[in-house]
Write a protein that binds this ligand. Structure first.
Ligand code: ADP
Ligand code: MG
Length: 698
């Protein structure tokens, strides 16, 4: 028997259980079983006093003396009940099955170590079917009680007696049979350098740890391995790409770039913007295809960087495109590019799902004859019929929605793949960036344009609503405009619409015509009506914009200086930060008011406190990750990259960094993994992707 032996050959499994293990846990082989790690451990070294027992403990271990016992009830409800006492209280032990056996074992006066899940009934605690062990003081001191693994099981598995206990037994016998044939995957030199347990020991210890330290060492090793191979794949892809594709050369800074810089750019670039432009400039002169991620907070000025990069491409005879995740955003980009350059400076078009056929034809024509310089659009522009004459640079405003596949589609838009600049709408945590975008180079804009006043954020409860109205009046009297945003969340859409309607009514009462005018925008409006309402606000014809989150991205109205977020406790952190980023775009002091109910969950409180405390999007994204875990960060769900078994991007940042650095050094030193010491790593790729011939790398 070996690791690939089907699981039905394991003693105690058999056909029926094997079917269940496959269906319920995806366990087909011995190896699969050993890869089914415990999700927690019960500390059998810790003893509680009976007084400390509470119903929310998943399990508890106490030592006590049996006071009395009796068999009560008839038929189905027949049971053995024993009273267990220590110096702090009494606990009931109950058996519905195996009564005869238990009755013999449990003798009044005997002292037991008792382990199980406590429940409360009428103020009394009891444990059904506890694990029992006669108390033997010397055995406890020897420390032969250890951390016990607890496995994920399912109802179906439990019904077939595949609970955590029997999974424990299966793991133990699988380990006994094949444990020593577990192959090492990380070369020795790396293991000793990074002080990693060998794989066989790690697997042994993660199931049956000798002590907390060896468990930690096992987990560390396996997390490292997990992150290491993701990085190895990402960075190898990068290596392949840079080796395989010639990069288009943007050799010169030309007329358009210079004209824009000297005549159109109304402000000085920040140092961070200059630094990023320099990085892009260097990338595009190297003869290697650029794949760069541009991270920067809301309002940090990513658009102008993108524009100047596009002008650089255009000056070198290339076309460019800019892709946004939604139509609203694409239109916004189009409008702001046009505003920055003025009409006629460059040939630019907008292509979205809603673009009429006739217009499309004109666009396609202009793309193919090369007269169109910039195409802005949604993913409509990666469709096959969109053909460029010579696409040199693709900018993707990502909001982490597109992912690797779509980016790759863009490459194929040109015989030589274009340079790609990916912009995220808001900062994402470092660990996520390294994993989701680990094959890209990363640029960061970490400063806001000078003279920006930090937005002041306050949190008000429902009972303080009048204060909020008063504040609105005061700001409107100064000539400012105000956003009021309501949540509109799919699951509770109906209720949300009720809130929205009630809110609109209250606001119309507080801010009546003719003195006040209100724009209302929500998802149920037709696109044309939405546009009309937006435009009134943009032009300053209305002072208040009541909206659902449709305005979340893109909208830019510098005169709007107040953002009020209703039911703020229901928004995620990154969404709150995005919304807040709609204000603070002009010269005036801006404000964000978070309205919430009085009762807040712990998480909601932390979210609101974080918003009040900081304007730093990088900090906010880190907190978001801590609160919600990587799987819930917007847009990451579909990304298989984050299907991590053990490693946790919220907490294992140092392991990730170490793994990535290790991979970088390996490839610097041995890009084709040809040296003996890296043979395991090369084998990994040969095993994973036998179809791809390795020698394509050079
Ligand atoms: P984001 O990074 O969120 O996309 P934008 O590119 O939309 O930010 O820029 C936000 C605003 O800041 C725009 O109105 C833009 O014109 C302005 N801006 C960008 N760079 C600077 C700068 N260096 N100095 C002053 N204003 C700037
Ligand atoms: Mg932007």
């Amino acid at each position: 028997m070996n690791l690939d032996t089907p699981i039905e050959y394991l003693k105690g499994v058999g056909q029926q259980k094997a079917e269940l293990l496959k269906k319920e846990l995806g366990v087909y082989t011995f190896n699969d079983l050993l890869q089914h790690f415990p999700f927690r451990y019960v500390d059998r070294t810790r003893f509680y006093k009976i007084r400390e027992v509470s119903a929310d403990m998943p399990s508890v271990q106490v030592i006590g003396r049996v006071l009395s016992k009796e068999i009560i009830g008839e038929k189905q409800s027949r049971r053995l009940v024993a009273q267990l006492k220590d110096d702090t209280g009494v606990l009931e032990l109950v058996w519905f099955q195996g009564i005869r056996w238990a009755d013999k074992l449990v003798q009044p006066g005997a002292v037991f170590i008792v382990f199980g899940k406590p429940t409360e009934f009428n103020g009394r605690f009891s444990i059904s079917h506890p694990e029992l062990e006669l108390y033997n003081p010397s055995a406890v001191k020897q420390g032969n009680l250890t951390l016990q693994p607890v496995y994920n099981s399912t109802e179906k598995l439990k019904q077939s007696f595949l609970d955590t206990k029997s999974l424990q037994r299966l793991q133990a016998s699988a380990l006994e049979i094949v444990g020593r044939s577990i192959q090492e995957t990380i070369p020795d030199y790396l293991r000793s350098k990074h002080r990693l347990l060998n794989k066989a020991d790690a697997i042994q210890q993660i199931h049956f740890p000798q002590n907390p330290n060896s468990l930690e060492a096992a987990r560390h090793r396996l997390k490292f391995e997990e992150l290491f191979f993701i990085q190895l794949k990402l960075l190898r892809n990068k290596l392949l790409r840079t080796g395989k594709f010639r990069g288009l050369l943007f050799g010169q800074v030309g007329e358009k770039f210079n004209a824009f810089y000297s005549d159109k750019l109304p402000f000085d670039l920040t140092n961070a913007q200059k630094k990023v432009l320099k990085e892009i400039r260097q990338d595009t002169q190297k003869g290697i295809q650029m794949n760069r991620l541009l991270q920067g907070d809301v309002g940090s000025g990513k658009t102008v960087v993108a524009l100047m990069s596009m002008l650089l491409a255009i000056d070198n005879g290339f076309q460019t495109c800019m892709m946004a995740p939604t139509e609203i955003l694409a239109k916004q980009h189009y409008a702001s590019l046009e505003k920055m350059m003025g009409q006629g400076f460059i040939n630019m078009a907008l292509l979205c799902g809603s673009t009429p056929k006739k217009e499309r034809r004109i666009i396609h024509q202009a793309l193919q004859d090369g007269s169109l310089n910039i195409l802005v659009g949604t993913h409509a522009l990666i469709e096959d019929e969109v053909q460029f004459k010579n696409l040199g640079l693709a900018v993707i405003d990502e909001q982490h929605r597109f992912g690797v596949e779509q980016r790759a589609k863009l490459w194929r838009k040109n015989s030589v793949p274009p340079h790609v600049l990916v912009m995220t709408a808001t900062p994402i945590p470092r660990t996520l960036a390294m994993t989701l975008y680990g094959d890209l180079d990363i640029s960061v804009i970490n400063e806001l344009p000078a003279g920006r006043k930090p937005i002041k954020t306050i949190h008000l409860f429902e009972s303080q609503r009048l204060r909020m109205f008063g504040f609105m009046r005061q700001e409107i009297a100064k000539g400012r405009q105000v956003y009021i945003v309501y949540p509109l969340i799919k699951e509770s859409e109906k209720l949300d619409l009720l809130y929205l309607e009630a809110g609109i009514e209250a606001i119309s009462r507080e801010f009546p015509l003719p003195q006040y005018r209100i724009s209302i925008v929500h998802g149920k409006l037709k696109a044309a009506d939405k546009d009309f309402e937006m435009q009134r606000f943009v032009k300053g014809e209305t002072q208040i914009m009541v909206a659902t989150t449709v305005i979340e991205v893109g909208v830019n109205v510098p005169n709007a200086s107040v953002m009020i977020i209703e039911n703020a406790e229901r928004f995620g952190l990154s969404q709150l930060h995005q919304l807040r980023g709609r204000v603070g775009r002009g010269a005036e002091q801006s404000y964000c008011v978070l309205m919430s109910g009085n009762k807040l969950s712990r998480e909601a409180r932390i979210r609101l406190q974080t918003m009040v405390k900081t304007n730093d999007g990088f900090e906010i994204s880190e907190t978001d990750l801590q609160l919600r875990g990587p799987g819930n960060i917007e847009g990451t769900q579909q990304s298989g990259v984050l299907d991590l078994k053990l490693a946790d991007l919220a907490h294992d940042q140092h392991i990730l960094q170490e793994a990535r650095d290790a991979v970088i050094r390996i490839f610097e030193d041995d890009p084709e993994l040809n040296t003996d010491k890296n043979v395991l790593l090369k084998e990994y790729f040969l095993r994973k992707t036998p179809a791809i011939s390795w020698n394509k790398i050079s």
